[in-house]
Design a protein around this ligand. Structure first.
Ligand SMILES: *[C@@H]1O[C@H](CO)[C@@H](O)[C@H](O)[C@H]1NC(C)=O
Ligand SMILES: *[C@@H]1O[C@H](CO)[C@@H](O)[C@H](O)[C@H]1NC(C)=O
Ligand SMILES: *[C@@H]1O[C@H](CO)[C@@H](O)[C@H](O)[C@H]1NC(C)=O
Ligand SMILES: *[C@@H]1O[C@H](CO)[C@@H](O)[C@H](O)[C@H]1NC(C)=O
Ligand SMILES: *[C@@H]1O[C@H](CO)[C@@H](O)[C@H](O)[C@H]1NC(C)=O
Ligand SMILES: *[C@@H]1O[C@H](CO)[C@@H](O)[C@H](O)[C@H]1NC(C)=O
Ligand SMILES: *[C@@H]1O[C@H](CO)[C@@H](O)[C@H](O)[C@H]1NC(C)=O
Ligand SMILES: *[C@@H]1O[C@H](CO)[C@@H](O)[C@H](O)[C@H]1NC(C)=O
Length: 811
């Protein structure tokens, strides 16, 4: 009897063992197996698992592919380097509960590696594309897997799959490309997160070719990867970066479950791409790729250099550094990189300092140290305390910034972005510190195509959306700074930190203890005003709060020393872009239109919406500063004059302003009003559209001014001819360009009464209503008396913070 039962059991086991699943099913249990030709299909029908033959190979592999896609797209392979000969492969669960792949003579070709034996093992293909091994007796736990294919990525990152490290289990989630189309065995092209737990480095996500870095996304800075400013909130996918005591990983998910998208590494093309399935074309389309350009190639410019893809040459030594080998550098061999002009002293800690660089992809993080709870000030101290520390910054730039990361040794693989880069404080010897020259910002205008494209749409919407939204903040307190704070920040008003000389005194660049940069206006004129009057004036200016005005941060009044502290704008002013053939290319029409609209709203606010009526009196391209996102900010209220009540016009004995922008009634008779600002604004529009300076413009043959030229073309119906040739080459909204020219001409009409007020201008720019025909403009032909070389304000190459305040002028 016992013998019989035993025999029966044996037969059952024997039969079960060779029972092959042929029907659609999503799982394999003990005593079941899956032979070549059969497949598992996930419950929702998204993925399929089975045997396949890649490319021109004749070997068999077990893999997972999309079920509903016409082109077989394998996302995961089990036996990547151990293919099976012929169709005798068999997938089954062995007696100790592991999934094994057997070849024709039943030897194990591949297997899972569960550390724990399941009582009732089940292998299931989930609808996420994850193949999991779990214990059916452990309930239907969604996460308690004994093994999962997501822990062993091939070349593809699916939604909800992690790339990174699990410190508890030691698992490394790394992608590796197929050797080639015929062979899924890993090539030498891999990608994962690099983190050294002993040194506690700043996690980065480099792509390697063998053991050499090939490109890197840059570390996660709280908002995005430092080197991928284009990876931002988008309609396709959401993403997350987790870095805690247990693990560090990157993960993404698709926002629309009916869209199919994945990222994949390809050895042949050396690209890591995000692809989207286009059902209509039955094809995968590229959504984004890395590396994007030469600057993305790891260390393209060598050590201590900065890569700017739109510059020629693209590599430049960081400020304070020079090429290690000038000869090699000249022949565009960047491999030796750059070395310091003068060495760090380090002996006496206080002699070294830092220069802030903006708009960067931060350097390679192999030699870094990170602490998430330190602030910027502590970070600076930390860096100063170690002679080999060369740079520091916030490890998380979201919000006001937090955390600390410091770099040791050479700074490698830095890229300069026009938009979306971040700050880095680089250690410099005292001798370099004074030489403030904005060199680093000269490098800013590098178009990052992806980012710019995204921005364009945004910009247009913002331009339209905010055209009515102008808010002011009431009752703003003016922070009062200590004189010692400011002297420290400006290194005792070091001449090296001087940005320029405005009407009422010099402007200095400075850095507060917390790393925030400021522009300090030192009022040199004894204004004859009492301290209380001065405070009142400052309070009035502080009330002028608008996104298109440079912000006053505070003041400092200490005996004879009267200082105004402004936000520092790292980017250059508008003139730097529009009048330069090379930089001009970076400002396409959408950005220019955004700038026009922004300036218009700023002036409208000064004229009408602030509680004070303010006439700027010196609107010009060099007084329009640009922030990181190319938003215009009007600066230099140097000639502004506040009016109380409804006083609208005034006559001044002292005409201050810049020729070329001044309305005729102001230049000739000293009459100024809001309409003279409108005139200046009209001139600005024409400059922005044409890329030509109003002052000194001398149209061949005609002796016309820019305004006269624009007017003539308009009359002849050929306004197209005014458009900057860079704009003509690129895509632009012609209707909008012509409309802007028209509005510009309305603003520069000869008689103030004919010119629209700024609120009408804002409406005209934002709508499509019919515009009245312009009457003849103010200046038609060039005359020496008006267009002489004697601008009353000095034009400085760096006019960034060339501000002055008229309110302090003796009356
Ligand atoms: C899978 O197969 C098992 C037996 O082989 C069967 O009991 C189960 O119902 C099948 N499941 C599906 C979804 O077909
Ligand atoms: C696979 O089959 C080919 C012929 O089809 C044979 O030459 C080769 O030796 C076989 N390899 C193995 C590992 O059995
Ligand atoms: C089942 O497979 C695993 C993994 O290959 C192996 O370690 C284990 O020894 C196998 N069990 C048996 C009984 O062969
Ligand atoms: C499998 O069987 C073939 C003959 O069919 C033999 O040549 C080969 O060595 C066997 N492989 C293993 C791993 O036992
Ligand atoms: C890599 O890209 C090339 C070119 O797009 C393509 O032909 C090839 O199939 C890709 N390789 C893999 C393994 O997907
Ligand atoms: C999701 O994508 C499908 C296919 O592209 C589209 O038809 C559908 O409208 C999208 N759904 C949402 C909510 O965007
Ligand atoms: C990080 O900084 C905080 C605050 O300074 C300090 O308390 C902590 O010990 C630091 N952690 C490490 C690992 O140094
Ligand atoms: C400075 O930092 C480096 C790199 O972390 C380290 O090796 C060295 O010991 C540190 N030196 C001092 C004096 O702390």
């Amino acid at each position: 009897m016992e013998k019989f039962t035993f025999m029966l059991a044996l037969v059952v086991v024997f039969l079960s063992l060779f029972q092959t699943v042929f029907s659609a099913n999503d799982s394999i249990r003990s005593f079941q197996s899956l032979g070549d030709g059969a497949t598992l299909i996930s419950k929702g029908g998204s993925f399929e698992l089975g045997f396949f033959t890649p490319g021109n190979s004749n070997r068999r592999y077990v893999g997972i592919w999309y079920k509903n896609i016409a082109v077989q797209t394998v996302v995961w392979v089990a036996n990547r380097c151990n293919p099976i000969n012929g169709s005798s492969g068999l997938l089954t669960i062995n007696s100790t509960g592991n999934l094994v792949l057997l070849d024709h003579n039943k030897s194990v070709v591949w297997s899972t590696s569960s550390s724990k034996q399941a009582k009732k093992p089940i292998v299931q293909l989930l609808d996420s594309g994850n193949l999991v091994l779990r214990d059916e007796d452990e309930g239907n736990s969604e996460t308690n897997f004994l093994w999962q294919s997501f822990d062993y990525p091939s070349d593809t990152l699916l939604p909800d799959m992690k790339v990174g490290l699990d410190f508890r289990t030691g698992v490394k989630w790394r992608l590796s490309a197929w050797k080639n189309w015929d062979d899924p065995c890993p090539g030498d092209f891999t990608c994962g997160i690099e983190f050294n737990p002993q040194l506690h480095t700043y996690p980065d996500m480099p792509m390697l070719k063998g053991t050499t870095k090939f490109t890197r996304t840059g570390p996660w800075n709280g908002l995005r990867f430092s080197g991928s400013p284009e990876i931002k909130s988008n309609p396709l996918y959401g993403f997350e970066f987790v870095f805690n005591n247990d693990e560090v990983y990157y993960i993404y998910n698709l926002k629309n479950k009916s869209v199919i998208s994945r990222t994949v590494m390809n050895q042949t093309t050396s690209l890591h791409q995000r692809l989207i399935w286009i059902e209509a074309d039955k094809t995968w389309r590229t959504y984004s790729s890395l590396p994007r350009d030469e600057c993305d190639k790891f260390s393209a410019c060598g050590a201590n250099a900065n890569c700017m893809i739109n510059d020629n040459p693209m590599c430049r030594c960081l400020r304070g550094f020079k090429p290690k080998s000038q000869e090699k550098w000249n022949s565009m061999d960047w491999s030796d990189g750059c070395v310091r002009n003068s060495p760090l002293s380090c002996k006496d800690k206080s002699t070294d300092g830092f220069i802030k660089f903006s708009g960067l992809k931060v350097p390679d993080t192999a030699h870094t140290w990170v602490n998430k709870s330190m602030n910027l000030k502590e970070c600076r101290a930390k860096c100063l305390s170690n002679c080999s520390c060369t740079a520091y910054t916030n490890s998380d730039i979201s919000g006001k910034g937090s955390g600390c990361v410091v770099w040791y040794g050479d700074l490698i693989d830095i890229t300069q972005f026009a938009i979306g880069g971040q700050d880095l404080f680089i250690r410099m010897p005292r001798s370099e510190l004074g030489k403030t020259n904005n060199k680093n910002t000269a490098a800013i205008p590098v178009a990052v195509i992806g980012g710019v494209l995204g921005l364009l749409l945004l910009v247009y919407f913002i331009c339209r959306r905010y055209s009515k939204e102008i808010k002011q903040e009431e009752d703003l307190e003016v922070p009062v700074f200590n004189l010692s704070t400011i002297t420290t920040a400006t290194q005792n008003f070091s001449p090296y930190n001087k940005l320029g000389e405005g009407g009422f005194g010099p402007v200095y660049r400075g850095m507060l203890e917390d790393g925030k940069e400021i522009a300090v206006k030192r009022l040199s004129i004894s204004s004859g005003q009492g301290v209380n009057e001065l405070k009142n004036e400052v309070r009035l200016i502080a009330k002028l709060q608008h996104r298109n005005l440079v912000k006053l941060l505070g003041c400092c009044i200490h005996g004879e020393e009267k200082l105004l502290i402004y936000e520092y704008m790292p980017n250059k002013s508008l003139d730097y872009f529009i009048f330069d053939p090379k930089q001009g290319k970076l400002l396409d029409w959408s950005i220019r239109f955004q700038i026009i609209c922004g300036i218009a709203r700023g002036i409208q606010y000064l004229h009408q919406d602030s509680r004070l009526r303010v006439i700027h009196r010196d609107l010009k391209a060099s007084n329009i500063l640009l922030d990181n996102e190319m938003n215009p900010k009007i600066s230099d209220f140097g000639l502004a004059r506040t009016f109380g009540g409804d006083q609208t016009e005034e006559r001044t004995k002292r005409v201050i302003g810049t020729y070329g922008y001044m309305a005729p009634e102001y230049a000739i008779h000293g009459m100024f009003s809001t309409k003279s600002d409108v005139f200046s604004f009209g001139t600005l529009i024409l400059e922005i559209v044409s890329g030509k300076k109003s002052r000194g413009f001398h149209y061949e043959n005609h002796g016309l001014t820019l305004i006269g030229h624009a007017w003539t073309l308009h009359k002849e119906g050929g306004s197209f001819g005014l458009i900057d040739k860079h704009l003509r080459e690129s895509h632009h909204n012609l209707k909008q360009v012509l409309r802007s020219i028209h509005v510009g001409l309305l603003c520069v009409q000869q008689y103030p009464i004919d010119r629209p007020c700024m609120s009408s201008v804002v409406v005209m720019l934002g709508s499509e209503s019919e515009l009245p025909p312009p009457k003849p403009p103010g200046y038609f032909t060039e005359t020496a008396s008006i267009y002489g070389d004697n601008s009353s304000t000095q034009h400085k190459s760096c006019s960034t913070n060339d501000m002055s305040i008229t309110l302090l002028e003796a009356r």
